[in-house]
Design a protein around this ligand. Structure first.
Ligand code: PLP
Length: 284
């Protein structure tokens, strides 16, 4: 079934949504994006995603074409127009159309696009089985805190992981885990402490990460925000990823080495359960 998408103020059939080949998102990856999960036709963690969107735009000096009320309204309308019960909204804002020029012009008018995709978010089979990851060097640029569309390396890493029979890649820099190819990486130590990398320019400030850490602390789980090594991860009791459409996703194997007993651990399962419960209660 053809989707209705949003492009620069218009609701269009997906086949009619066209963007110029001069768009700087296309020529320079000069664009940012957000992904927000939909469950029961409602938006999960919307305010976090809207705030990070503004931050990414601010870092690149791109103006958001919509104000806060309009932004929420188009999110709601795209869900309604496409009757999405479960899945996600992909939103992208590029600097806009300009002659090819490395120098950033202030005159370009941002290109704003949005589409939906359906996906089983709650009944994700990987949440039950857990996933396997392989380690790879983190060869991305150093401003990973900005959610830009420069995703070539993550797509290469994920494809190489698949070629090795794994589900995802955990990226390593100077011996420490930065994050997964498109998710935040976490471990649970043998004493039950949750360890996740502290925020800096080298990782994306995950919205699911922030919510999960709040929920963990509220549940009495000790949380350490600091870099951890690949070796520490392999010796951990549990490991998991967090991201907008996978929520809390158990990692049961790293570089072929089993984590814990090779099945999703109790703290990971508990965090997924409380994440789902609390997000459904606060969905917009
Ligand atoms: N880290 C990277 C590199 C990502 O691409 C993503 C999500 O796309 C995340 C972390 C998780 O962020 P969020 O929880 O906001 O989806």
């Amino acid at each position: 079934m053809s989707r209705t998408v949003y492009l620069n103020g218009e609701w269009l059939d997906e086949a009619d949504a066209k963007i110029s080949i001069f768009d700087r998102g296309y020529t320079f990856a000069d664009a940012i994006y957000e992904v927000t999960a939909i469950v029961g036709g409602k938006l999960i963690d919307y305010h976090g995603h809207a705030a990070r969107l503004q931050r990414s735009l601010g870092e690149l000096g791109i103006e958001c074409p919509l104000n806060a009320d309009e932004l929420l309204a188009v999110h709601r309308e795209i869900v309604a127009r496409n009757n999405v019960v479960e899945g996600m909204i992909y939103l992208q804002i590029s600097r806009g159309v300009d002659d090819r020029n490395f120098l950033i012009s202030k005159d370009a008018k941002p290109t704003f696009s949005m589409f939906t995709q359906t996906k089983d978010v709650i009944e994700n089979p990987y949440a039950k089985s857990g996933i396997s990851v392989v380690s790879m060097p983190d060869w991305r640029w150093e401003r990973r805190d900005i959610k830009t569309v420069q995703l070539l390396y993550p797509t290469m890493a994920k494809s190489q992981a698949a070629a090795k029979g794994a589900d995802d890649a955990w990226l390593i820099e100077d011996g420490f885990v930065t994050e997964a190819s498109s998710a935040t990486a976490h471990i649970v130590k043998q004493d039950g402490t949750l360890v996740t990398r502290d925020l800096s320019h080298v990782i994306l400030p995950g919205i699911t990460r922030a919510s999960t850490l709040d929920l963990a602390r509220a549940a009495g789980i000790k949380v350490e925000e600091r870099p951890f090594t690949l070796g520490e991860a392999k010796e951990a009791a549990e490991a998991f990823n967090t991201s907008a459409t996978n929520f809390v996703l158990p990692v049961v194997r790293i570089d072929g080495q089993q984590i814990g007993d090779g099945t999703p651990g109790p703290i990971t399962k508990k965090l997924r359960d409380i994440y789902v419960e609390s997000r459904l209660a606060t969905a917009l």
